[in-house]
Design a protein around this ligand. Structure first.
Ligand SMILES: Nc1ncnc2c1ncn2[C@@H]1O[C@H](COP(=O)(O)OP(=O)(O)OP(=O)(O)O)[C@@H](O)[C@H]1O
Length: 637
C-alpha cells in the first residue's frame, strides 16, 4: 500500500451501502453527472428529480429517505392530529418544572449533556407543554408543536428558555444546528407580550446579513399570525420618511449597519430591553469589537437583559463577555467547542494545490459528493477561480462571497434553497449560522484557518438531527496545522489515524498567525496563464460595469455603503474604518483604467510579436469562458 492509500484511508465510500442516498444517476462519465434541465435532474434510477425535491432537502420538509433523527433533536416526521391539545388540559397534564426535585433536575441535565454554572439555573423543561407553567402563551406553545412540528425542546432550549424567562443574563454554547435561535426567540416573544410602539425591544446582532435574514425568518415562523413587527435593519435610509417604519418589536441587524444608522441619528437604542449577540465569539473578536462597543454604549435601558449565543465560545471571549455583562449564567451543551456529532468528519490528503481539483473531481465522479453540497475556500478570489473551473464541468454550481451585491447574494441563497444550485462554493461568509437543513456534504477545499472556523463550516451539515458528511482536503503545507482539526475530530468521536495524533500541535503564536494570514496558495486553474488573465480581466470589467449600473439605478443600495459582512481572511472587516489599497471604502476593487489600458496595449503587442499560431484556440476558449462566466453572472443577477 503506498502512502496515498494510507493517507486517503479516511474517505472510503461504499456505494452498495449508500445506494439509496445517491440522488443522481451514477454514471461513469462525470460530465453527464450533474446535467439536466434547470428544473429537473435524474436520480439514481434515472427518475426525474424536480427542483421541489431539492427544496425539500434544503428546507428540511419531510422526505422518505431521510436518516433517522438523533435523540438530541427530534423532528416530528408526521403530524398526528390526535396530539393536538387544548391549551388548558395540556398545561394541567404537563409537569410544572418548578415541582421537579433537585435530583431529577441534575439527572436530566446529565442525561442531555447540559452544564450550568455562574448564576442560579432554574429547573429545566422536558416538553414544550411545560412552558405553559412558565407564562409562555398557549398560541406560542401550540405553534411550536403543531405549526413548526417540533417534537420536543433540544437540550439548549430545555435550559435556556426557562433561564431567559426568569430574566437571567445568559451565555449559551451548544453544537451547530441544535436550535439556539428558538432558544432565545421563544422566551423573548413571551417577555415582550404584545406589539409595542417604539424601536426594537428585542435587538439581535449577527455577523452577516444572511444570518440576520434567517433569524427574521425564524421570528416570522414563530410569531405566526400575531401582529409582532420584525424587521431587518439594513437600509441606509432606514427610519427616514414614514415614522411607522420605526415601530419595530424585533430588530435584527449586522454591527456595521447599526453603527452607521446610530451615527446618522436614524435610530436610538434606549428602548432595547433584550439584546442578543448571535455568533457571539465572532462579534466579540477583533474585527467587530469597535462596533460592538459602540452598540453597547447606546443600549441604556435600565433593565437591559443581554444574552450571548454561539457554538464556540473560547475562554478569551468568555472573559470579554463577562466584562460586558457581569454575573451571567453559563449554559453549555456537550463538550465545549466541539463539532456536531451528527457530522461524519473525514480528512483527505491531496498532496498539492493541483491535487485538490483532481480530488474534487474524483469525489464528484464517484458520487461521493451528494448534492446539495457546500464547498469552502479561504477567500473570494479562490471562490471565483474554483467556480470558473467547476462551471466547465457542467455542474449546477454557483459562488457566494462578499463581493457579490446584496441582490446577487439573496438570489444565490434562494436558488440554493430551491435546488437550482447543487454545489455552492463559498467563503467563510457562509460558515456561520446559515441553516440549510438538507446540506449533505461540506467540503473544506481550503484547510480552515482555525478550529472554530472548522466547527462552524462543517456545522452547515448534520443539522436538526440529520446526518451529514464533512470532507477536509489537506496538502503538505497544511500538515503543521492538521493537529488542531484532528483534536476537534477526536473530541466529537471521529476516528483519526494514529500518525495524525502524533503530529506536533501548532503553538498559540502559529495558530494566531494562520488565523490572521491564511496560507498563500497557488491559483486554482487548469488553463494557461494568458487565458486566465484575460478571463479575469473580462470578468472584472463586466462586474465593474454591472456595479456602475446598479449604483446608477438604485442609489439607496449605493456602493458607498460599507459592506456589512466579511470573508476577509484576516478576520478584520471594517471597511468603515480601514480602506484597503486598490479598493474603495466599500471594499470593492477599484479598476485603474489607465493602468489597465496600458497593460492591455503591452500585452496586445506581445501577442502580435509572439506570433499567432495559438490565437485561434485561445480566442475560441476565451469566448467559451466568457460565455460561461457571463451566463452564470446573469443567472445570479
Ligand atoms: N426543538 C426543535 N426540534 C426540531 N427542530 C428544531 C428545534 N428547534 C430548532 N429546530 C430547527 O433546527 C434547525 C437549526 O436551528 P438553528 O439555526 O437555530 O441552529 P443553531 O444552533 O443556531 O446553529 P448554528 O450554531 O449553526 O447557528 C432550524 O432549522 C430549526 O428550525
Amino acid at each position: 500500500m503506498d502512502i496515498f492509500d494510507v493517507l486517503r484511508s479516511g474517505c472510503s465510500f461504499s456505494k452498495a451501502n449508500h445506494s439509496k442516498d445517491v440522488l443522481f444517476r451514477a454514471r461513469a462519465d462525470s460530465e453527464d453527472q450533474y446535467r439536466g434541465t434547470s428544473d429537473h435532474r435524474e436520480d439514481a434510477s434515472g427518475k426525474k428529480l424536480s427542483a421541489d425535491v431539492f427544496a425539500e432537502l434544503i428546507d428540511g420538509n419531510p422526505m422518505e429517505n431521510r436518516e433517522p433523527s438523533s435523540a438530541r433533536v427530534r423532528v416530528k416526521q408526521e403530524h398526528d392530529d390526535q396530539e393536538e391539545h387544548d391549551g388548558t388540559s395540556a398545561a394541567e397534564e404537563a409537569t410544572d418544572p418548578h415541582t421537579r426535585s433537585d435530583d431529577t433536575v441534575r439527572h436530566l441535565r446529565r442525561q442531555h449533556g447540559i452544564h450550568v454554572h455562574g448564576g442560579t439555573a432554574p429547573p429545566l423543561i422536558e416538553q414544550f407543554d411545560e412552558l405553559r407553567h412558565l407564562g409562555v402563551p398557549d398560541w406560542l406553545v401550540d405553534n411550536l408543536r403543531t405549526g413548526l412540528k417540533y417534537d420536543g425542546p433540544t437540550p439548549i432550549q430545555m435550559q435556556a428558555i426557562p433561564a431567559l424567562l426568569e430574566g437571567q443574563k445568559v451565555i449559551a454554547s451548544a453544537p451547530t444546528g441544535s436550535g439556539k435561535t428558538m432558544a432565545f426567540l421563544v422566551p423573548l416573544i413571551t417577555l415582550i407580550k404584545g406589539p409595542g410602539k417604539g424601536f426594537a425591544r428585542i435587538l439581535v446582532v449577527c455577523p452577516t446579513r444572511e444570518l440576520a435574514q434567517q433569524s427574521l425568518r425564524e421570528f416570522d415562523r414563530l410569531r405566526g399570525s400575531r401582529k409582532f413587527r420584525g424587521r431587518l435593519v439594513d437600509k441606509i435610509n432606514f427610519g427616514s420618511g414614514d415614522e411607522g417604519v420605526r415601530r419595530v418589536d424585533f430588530a435584527v441587524t449586522t454591527p456595521l449597519k447599526l453603527v452607521q444608522l446610530l451615527r446618522d441619528g436614524k435610530v436610538t437604542l434606549d428602548g432595547v430591553q433584550y439584546l442578543v449577540l448571535d455568533e457571539a465569539d465572532k462579534l466579540l473578536d477583533m474585527g467587530f469589537s469597535p462596533q460592538l462597543d459602540e452598540i453597547l454604549s447606546h443600549c441604556t435601558h435600565p433593565s437591559l437583559q443581554p444574552m450571548l449565543f454561539s457554538a464556540t465560545i473560547p475562554p478569551a471571549v468568555l472573559q470579554l463577555a463577562e466584562s460586558i455583562m457581569p454575573a451571567p449564567l453559563h449554559i453549555s451543551v456537550g463538550v465545549d467547542n466541539a463539532a456536531n456529532t451528527d457530522v461524519d468528519q473525514r480528512l483527505m490528503f491531496v498532496s498539492s494545490e493541483e491535487g485538490k481539483l483532481l480530488g474534487m473531481r474524483q469525489l464528484l465522479r464517484d458520487g461521493e459528493v451528494k448534492p446539495p453540497c457546500l464547498v469552502f475556500v479561504q477567500d473570494k478570489d479562490r471562490a471565483q477561480q474554483l467556480f470558473s473551473e467547476l462551471v466547465y464541468d457542467g455542474l449546477y454550481v454557483d459562488v457566494m462571497h462578499s463581493d457579490k451585491s446584496k441582490t446577487q447574494r439573496d438570489n444565490v441563497i434562494k436558488a440554493f434553497r430551491a435546488g437550482k444550485i447543487w454545489v455552492l462554493i463559498c467563503t467563510d461568509l457562509m460558515a456561520r449560522g446559515v441553516d440549510f437543513k438538507g446540506v449533505q456534504v461540506v467540503i473544506n477545499y481550503d484547510f480552515p484557518q482555525s478550529a472554530a472556523t472548522y466547527i462552524h463550516r462543517i456545522g452547515r451539515t448534520g443539522r436538526a438531527g440529520r446526518k451529514g458528511t464533512a470532507i477536509t482536503f489537506f496538502t503538505l503545507n497544511d500538515v503543521p496545522y492538521l493537529r488542531t482539526i484532528v483534536n476537534v475530530m477526536r473530541q466529537s468521536g471521529c476516528e483519526v489515524p494514529e500518525w495524525m495524533l502524533k503530529l506536533q500541535k501548532p503553538n498559540k503564536k502559529e495558530r494566531r498567525r494562520l488565523e490572521q494570514h491564511p496560507l498563500k496558495r497557488k491559483r486554482i486553474a487548469t488553463g494557461s496563464g494568458y487565458d486566465l488573465r484575460q478571463e479575469h480581466r473580462h470578468h472584472d470589467t463586466v462586474e465593474a460595469s454591472k456595479r456602475r449600473k446598479r449604483q446608477h439605478d438604485t442609489p439607496e443600495e449605493g456602493a458607498n455603503e460599507p459592506t456589512q459582512a466579511t470573508d476577509d481572511a484576516s478576520g478584520g472587516l471594517p471597511s468603515l474604518y480601514r480602506v484597503k489599497k486598490g479598493h474603495d471604502r466599500s471594499g470593492r476593487r477599484v479598476v485603474n483604467k489607465g493602468a489597465a489600458k496600458r497593460k492591455a496595449r503591452t500585452e496586445d503587442k506581445g501577442v502580435a510579436r509572439g506570433g499567432s499560431s495559438r490565437d485561434g484556440d485561445r480566442s475560441s476558449r476565451l469566448q467559451k469562458l466568457r460565455w460561461l462566466v457571463s451566463e452564470q453572472t446573469d443567472k445570479q443577477t
